[in-house]
Write a protein that binds this ligand. Structure first.
Ligand code: SAM
Length: 372
């Protein structure tokens, strides 16, 4: 794993455009616009080449050592020319580095910071996200127009929560751990500002915990904390294993429950909801908050990390742009939304809660609330 703050890590900001727009000066506006939109349309090529390489085992092979197309085609038992085409495509996205080899053949290197990202066992691996794309997203996006026509509705015509199968969650939750470090850093800093100290004991309930990464990293920040990770049986098994790996198993307990139908217990000092609200309908979101108030201790806090659109953010933040697209992805895959801050404030008020902080993180906002 590369250290936090290591600036050698590849970031999306380093990704160069595929259109050399210097040569568009003086060209008809329509042609310029088509160049710009074409670049959006070929965004499909990125998961195309990355996920094909992943399916073929190219990243595992390149994690062992850099290789030429000849060497890689031999290892993967693939067509030589096609393997070269795939590797060159990956190099356009800076996923592999292409450099001249001794005998004129290009050598392809997987940057060190991407080794863990493609390994199924990496803490911040995207392998689960790739499986989710393969199993759910690729087909789902085809249905977006139909879902816009009819709305994301269930058989009775009601709005649907986004509910994929437990099996699909098994791969998805292991592919989104990478979001956790900046969110936990922002949350922990805000809690300290609100008076949380390292030595004080407190209880966290991580609702729909997935791998439990958020509460587990919080346990590392606050040594007197204990956490319950609530999720379905198959998912909590992943969380229990990861708690061991992160060295916090003595303070992390799994709770196999259905968050709709089962009781959540009481005396919770921090009820944590990460990536849970965007799966909801407005009604089910309100219901979740109402339910959480019953489990909170007197001074208990609720933390929601999600794609929270702030309509007052006049500058048009990167977050808002991403959240609005995320809403489209929820619609494509069957329901949910990126709700606005106004929506959350309304649901909080309905549960006699009030917002006490709103924090920006790279791809989420974190909302903290307590009893009004
Ligand atoms: C999008 S994932 C988020 C996981 C985790 N909080 C994170 O951000 O990495 C949603 C999680 O909610 C869990 N979940 C969905 N419906 C649930 C229910 N009715 N009861 C318990 N867990 C549920 C899923 O199993 C899944 O782990």
């Amino acid at each position: 794993m590369t250290a936090p703050g290591d600036t050698t890590a590849t970031t999306s900001a380093s990704f160069a455009s595929l259109v050399d727009s210097a040569h568009l000066t003086g060209i008809e506006a329509e042609s310029q616009a088509a160049h710009r939109l074409y670049e959006h349309l070929i965004a499909l090529w990125a998961p195309g080449v990355i996920e094909a390489a992943h399916d073929l085992g190219a990243f595992s092979a390149l994690t062992v050592a850099p290789a030429t197309a000849v060497q890689l085609a031999e290892i993967l038992d693939t067509d030589l020319r096609a393997t070269r085409v795939l590797l060159d495509g990956l190099s356009a996205y800076d996923v592999v580095r292409r450099s001249p080899g001794a005998d004129g053949q290009a050598v392809y290197t997987l940057p060190a910071e991407l080794h863990e990202v493609f390994s199924p066992d990496g803490l911040y691996s995207l392998a689960g996200k790739i499986s989710h794309d393969r199993n759910v997203a690729w087909n789902a996006w085809r249905n977006l127009a139909e879902n816009v026509r009819s709305g994301a509705r269930d058989a009775t015509g009601g709005e649907r929560v986004n509910q994929i199968s437990e099996e699909d969650y098994t791969s998805l939750v292991r592919g989104i751990n990478f979001w956790a470090p900046p969110i936990v850093r922002a949350l922990a800093d805000a809690l300290r500002e609100l008076g949380w100290s390292t030595g004080e004991s407190a209880q966290v309930l991580d609702v729909g915990c997935g791998t439990g990464i958020y509460s587990q990293l919080m346990l590392r920040e606050f040594p007197a904390l204990t956490a319950n990770g609530l999720d379905t049986g198959r998912i909590t098994a992943i969380a229990a294993r990861q708690a061991q790996e992160l060295g916090v198993a003595d303070r992390f307990r799994v709770v196999v429950k259905d968050f709709w139908n089962d009781d959540w217990g009481t005396d919770v000092d921090l009820a944590l909801f990460v990536n849970i609200f965007h799966l909801q309908t407005p009604e089910s979101a309100r219901e979740l908050l109402l339910k959480s108030t019953k489990s909170l201790s007197q001074n208990g806090l609720i933390a929601i990390a999600d794609h929270i659109v702030d309509d007052d953010d006049g500058a048009g933040s990167v977050q808002n742009k991403f959240f609005r697209l995320f809403a489209a992805s929820m619609l494509a895959t069957g329901g949910g939304d990126a709700y606005t801050l106004h929506d959350y404030d309304q649901w909080l008020a309905d549960s006699e809660l009030r917002r006490v902080a709103l924090l920006d993180t790279p791809m989420h906002r974190v909302l903290l609330a307590r009893r009004a």
